[in-house]
Design a protein. Structure first.
Length: 256
């Protein structure tokens, strides 16, 4: 297991949407926040900024209950006080609003707090990594993994987007071209060209100051599109800890 570390906080951020969950009187210690990054091939989790990163396989049959029980078992000895979950799908008002495309069923309405026995906040996985990558201005984050995650942060206002399932060309979606299925269908060379085109188009349309590319497949790019930089996947854990800040700077992230 990796034992990498990350450090530092993000600029203060607000959101157009806010959770209905009441704020906690005292925020948990960042060193005791368990952050879970749910992916189409692996579940990764870490407690605090310097904890060991643990992981186990997910896949198309992974249910919410399977994930929660797997984390609870592997994290049984960790003194975590609160949990953040980055979910690969639509999250509205801090709740999972649609079943995932690349995992098993049972995510909508699942009671994570009952299984994990701690307060839980849920956010879109791309948004969670975007929060940890933000350096001000107008940033577009694109997560190149099993699918395509996207989040726009506009001067601190967080706007998760379901761009991956929108039509791109030839009857296929953006995710069909730049997600893992697209890479397997096209091959690496054509996939890289598709990524460059998608980044350029979305950056122009959304008028981004800069683009951050994250997700496991971002490392497969040989040349970065103009105005883009590679994000650090450790930033997902930083973003997850940010959800529990008690200064009101991001009730945003758990909103949508």
């Amino acid at each position: 297991m990796a034992a990498d570390t990350d450090s530092g906080d993000n600029p203060d951020m607000s959101s157009r949407s806010r959770s209905q969950r009441p704020a906690t009187a005292k925020p948990p210690d960042p060193a005791h926040i368990l952050v879970i990054d749910v992916g189409g091939s692996h579940i990764k989790f870490r407690m605090g900024p310097r904890g060991r990163i643990e992981r186990f396989e997910s896949g198309p049959d992974m249910t919410a209950a399977d994930m929660a029980r797997g984390v609870r078992k592997l994290a049984a000895d960790l003194p975590y006080e609160a949990v953040s979950i980055g979910y690969p799908g639509l999250v509205l008002c801090g709740r999972i609003a649609a079943e995932p495309c690349n995992l098993g069923p049972g995510w909508v309405g699942y009671d994570f707090e009952r299984t994990l026995r701690r307060p839980v906040r849920v956010i879109n996985d791309a948004t969670m990594q975007a929060l940890g990558s933000y350096e001000g201005g107008r940033m577009l984050f694109l997560g190149l993994g099993t699918g395509l995650g996207a989040t726009l942060i506009l001067d601190g206002a967080v706007e998760p987007m379901e761009i991956g399932h929108m039509h791109y060309k030839h009857g296929r979606t953006f995710e069909d071209y730049v997600g893992e299925r697209g890479r397997e269908r096209l091959g690496n060379r054509k996939w890289r060209k598709a990524v460059a085109d998608v980044v350029t188009r979305l950056s122009e349309v959304l008028e981004a100051d800069y683009v951050v590319l994250g997700g496991g497949n971002a490392q497969r790019l040989k040349k970065l599109p103009k105005g883009a930089r590679l994000g650090d996947n450790l930033n997902a854990f930083k973003g997850g800890r940010h959800l529990w800040r008690g200064d009101g700077s991001l009730t945003a992230g758990r909103g949508r």
